[in-house]
Design a binder for this molecule. Structure first.
Ligand code: C2O
Ligand code: CU
Length: 435
């Protein structure tokens, strides 16, 4: 395919059906759709609202959002707001599904800092295929303190979803080996271009792949990171290179002011160009990139320490068994009982043997709240681990320590590897938060 032939689309927008009673209410069908990924042909997908990327939901910190999802798929489905501090009955627990023909209201309280979140399918055993086939969308929380910083906003604040795929000759998605997905989609297009003005932009990058990790860099301009999964960093950080693993988000500011009109900037994964920014015009830039953004919340002293080990048992028959602490997911089992309000440190380990027959990368995702990464392999964290995180990389042999405070909600929540083919095979466990 000729590169840089299609414009990069923006996620579709959606208007609330009502905004009364202190809640913005949306209705979004979950349904099969035909979408144009390759020019002039259509691809069958499973969608939120009929497009390959679900509609962008824009929430305001402190104001509630309700979404009634109706399931028109013909099979069970559900929705999880990844990174959301959500009450258990709206969290999209893997066993809490919407039956075909049914609908369910999810309530999102948005009692958290401004952040780039995303929503995706999470029913147990079909989450990986459903997300792969298109059940993914952005959910952005804005907050007033952040708006006061005057970072690039409006048309200069752009969500970009990256993910991989395998297509057959008919341009249909093939759901098969996650290690063989050579095509990268950028907001649902292959190597698109995006026309920009010679000024600052804020890009909200999401890796919505089920397993792939990206190694991102720019050619022709530089990236400055301002936020990670859970919102702003204390200060901007220049990032020549960003590792973005499945489920993670990173926000960067890119200033195109030094690029001549008619010039190009490339976003690459390793050496592979993903997206071309075409600088086409000059406009005044009233936005800023302040030296200080926002301090992270204080870290209370931890009182509970736990161990979490992820591994895959390849002797499983007919399929390998993916495990947390030696056991595959069991919805009937409570793995950890957590007292509400406690601060805990979890030591999370990729326990697949290294060197070994199959060293496998994993990552760790926690529902209900963000955490801080305290250490990696007993040493300092990397720039990719910084800030408020909800998903963190676990390459073969790695161990991270993470710290979280479990406030606000009671009930059952999962934590798992966000390689969705691994959580599907059982690399998931659950905590019960109690008084
Ligand atoms: Cu993004 Cu439990 O998931
Ligand atoms: Cu894994």
């Amino acid at each position: 395919m000729t590169p840089f032939r299609s414009p990069m689309p923006l996620p579709p927008s959606v208007a609330p059906v009502s905004t009364t009673g202190g809640i913005d209410l949306y209705r979004i069908p979950i349904r099969p759709a035909k979408v144009e990924i390759f020019p002039g042909t259509t691809t069958d997908v499973l969608s939120f609202g009929g497009a390959f990327m679900g509609p962008l939901i824009r929430a305001k910190a402190g104001r509630r959002v309700g979404v009634v999802f109706t399931n028109q798929l013909g099979e069970a489905a559900n929705v999880h707001l990844h990174g959301g501090h959500t009450a258990a009955n709206s969290d999209g627990h893997p066993m809490d599904v919407i039956e075909p023909g049914g609908s369910k209201p999810y309530e999102y309280l948005n009692r958290q800092r401004g952040a780039t979140l995303w929503y995706h399918a999470h029913e147990h055993h079909t989450e990986a295929e459903h997300v792969y086939r298109g059940m993914h969308g952005f959910y952005v929380i804005d907050d007033d303190a952040e708006c006061d910083l005057r970072l690039p906003a409006g048309p200069y604040d752009v969500p970009i979803m990256l993910r991989d795929a395998l297509f057959d000759d008919q341009h249909q998605l093939v759901y098969d080996d996650p290690g063989n997905r050579p095509t990268i989609l950028v907001n649902g297009k292959v190597q698109p271009f995006f026309r920009v003005a010679a000024r600052k932009y804020r890009f909200r990058l999401l890796n919505a792949s089920t397993e792939r990790a990206f190694d991102l860099r720019l050619e022709g301009a530089s990236m400055t990171q301002i936020a990670s999964d859970g919102g702003l960093l204390p200060a901007p950080v220049p990032r020549p290179q960003v590792g973005l693993w499945a489920g993670e988000r990173v926000e960067v500011v890119v200033d195109f002011a030094q690029v001549p009109i008619g010039g190009h900037v490339l976003l690459l994964d390793g050496d592979q160009p993903l997206l071309r920014f075409d600088v086409v015009r000059r406009v005044p830039d009233g936005s800023r990139l302040p030296d200080r953004l926002r301090p992270l919340p204080p870290l209370p002293a931890p009182t509970v320490f736990r161990e979490v080990a992820f591994n895959i048992d390849f002797t499983g028959d007919p399929l390998p068994v993916a495990q947390v602490n030696g056991q595959p997911y069991d919805p009937e089992r409570v793995d950890f009982r957590v007292r509400r309000g406690t601060t805990e440190v979890w030591t999370v380990r990729n326990a697949d043997p290294v060197p070994g027959p199959f060293p496998v990368p994993h990552n760790f995702h926690l529902h209900m709240t963000q955490f801080r990464v305290l250490s990696r392999n007993g040493g300092p964290i990397t720039l990719d681990d910084a800030g408020l995180k909800d998903t963190v990389a676990l390459p073969p042999g790695h161990t991270v320590q993470v710290q979280a405070t479990f406030e606000d909600f009671l009930g059952q929540y999962v934590f798992h590897c966000h390689f969705l083919e691994h959580s599907w095979l059982g690399m998931m466990a659950q905590m019960l938060i109690v008084e």
